[in-house]
Ligand binder design. Structure first.
Ligand SMILES: O=C(O)CCC(=O)C(=O)O
Length: 391
């Protein structure tokens, strides 16, 4: 079993986007520590070549360098999948509806396609858990978000995307301010990525982002334009806005994920979102429901509320505390988490607990007595554990 491990244990998280450069790495030569240092820990994007050559879907989903339509109708035809209409927009997003894979492939097969339909966010791995059509690359295996979803049998963050040439995804940052990775099984994509806060320069006077960044807007804006070829993975760091266009008929596999390296960024994004909501509805500040209403709005805008974040944090914290001594520390059924990585996980959790404790209003208004008890318990165990504290 492959172990994922960091070699050093003195990581200090600092992000400097002023002189960021876009890196290209080769999966066949890559060590976990290299990816960890150059990308995850610095929150910098990269392309990783040659990721999917051994995957079953690379053999089965491609026919003469194009999508193998028959494979999809024969194996998945009866399944339903969400499909976005790239020509129809409501509330700054594409209209989405469900379609059978048979009907969608029927649409793709046509030489003249009147519409521009993009099948996306399809939970095929969840629907077919025994169908091992791809492997999570080891560099992306420290993934608390999908670990939590799988352990709790909740909706996961692992998707298949199928889009014809010219289909596109509007400008956005990922759910919860998470990382994402995406591998092209077949086809080609153009990505435009913006370092955090560059997107502010694109907003209109009401604070709205455009659906798509156009090159005419590029004056004074820092961005990266990246072509992702077949077999390439792209790593999209936390809080980097991005937009994507399929340059050929393309299938990709995409995950969103959170781990020790971006936990603080996720928590800060949640807090920022909560502060904006509080400001937005401040005239109700003296009503007894104010904070519960803020939580409800947070859930709908950010995707998760404070309670869900605390449950997630405490679950991973307790699990890692148990894993420090045990051998029961397997990720995605095939990667063993190294001891230094587990220590790093616990230290990042301790760091966020300390941030929470430095904000008494947040603590008093949003945390339940049980949340507070759980956080204190985890903090005590981490601080007192002879093997954990890295500082
Ligand atoms: O491939 C696409 O169209 C969009 C993917 C994306 O935005 C992501 O994985 O974060």
């Amino acid at each position: 079993m492959k172990e994922i491990e960091i070699e050093r244990d003195d990581y200090v998280f600092e992000f400097n986007y002023d002189d960021c450069v876009f890196m290209e790495l080769d999966f066949n030569k890559l060590k976990y520590d290299d990816f960890f240092h150059s990308c995850m820990y610095k929150n910098m994007p990269c392309i990783i070549k040659n990721v999917s050559s051994t995957w079953e879907c690379t053999r089965k989903w491609i026919d003469s360098d194009l999508i193998n339509y028959d494979h999809f109708t024969d194996n998945y035809g009866d399944l339903e999948a969400p499909v976005a209409d790239c020509n129809t927009v409501t509330y700054n997003a594409h209209c989405k509806s469900n379609m059978s894979v048979d009907d969608y492939v029927g649409y793709l097969r046509k030489s003249e396609r009147e519409k521009l339909l993009y099948l996306k966010d399809w939970h095929l791995r969840k629907i077919r858990p025994n169908d091992e059509f791809y492997e999570v690359p080891f560099i992306f295996a420290s993934d608390w978000l999908n670990e939590y979803a799988l352990d709790h049998k909740e909706d996961d963050f692992m998707f298949v995307y199928i889009g014809p040439e010219k289909s596109w995804t509007p400008l956005h940052a990922d759910v919860y301010n998470s990382y994402s990775w995406s591998v092209n099984i077949v086809g080609k994509k153009r990505w435009i990525l913006f370092p955090p806060l560059e997107e502010e320069k694109l907003k209109d006077s009401l604070g709205n982002l455009p659906l798509l960044f156009e090159y005419e807007m590029s004056e004074g804006i820092k961005y990266f334009e990246i072509i992702q070829e077949q077999g390439d993975a792209i790593f999209v760091p936390s809080g980097w806005h991005h937009q994507v266009v399929n340059l050929l008929d393309t299938i990709s596999i995409n995950h969103n994920w959170i781990n020790a390296c971006n936990l603080e960024l996720v928590f800060k994004a949640l807090q920022n979102s909560l502060s904006s909501i509080e400001n937005e509805i401040q005239e109700f500040k003296d009503t007894p429901e104010f904070y519960s209403q803020c939580q409800l709005i947070l859930k709908s805008l950010f995707g998760m509320d404070v309670t869900s974040f605390m449950n997630f944090l405490c679950y991973i914290g307790n699990k890692r505390l148990g894993q420090i001594k045990s051998e029961n520390n397997i990720s995605f059924g095939k990667y063993k988490l190294g001891k230094k990585l587990i220590k790093l996980d616990l230290n990042s959790i301790l760091n966020v607990i300390n941030i929470i404790y430095s904000k008494p209003t947040f603590l008093n208004n949003y945390l339940s007595p049980n949340n507070i008890k759980d956080l204190l318990y985890i903090k005590k165990l981490i601080v007192q554990h002879p093997d954990i504290n890295m500082s």
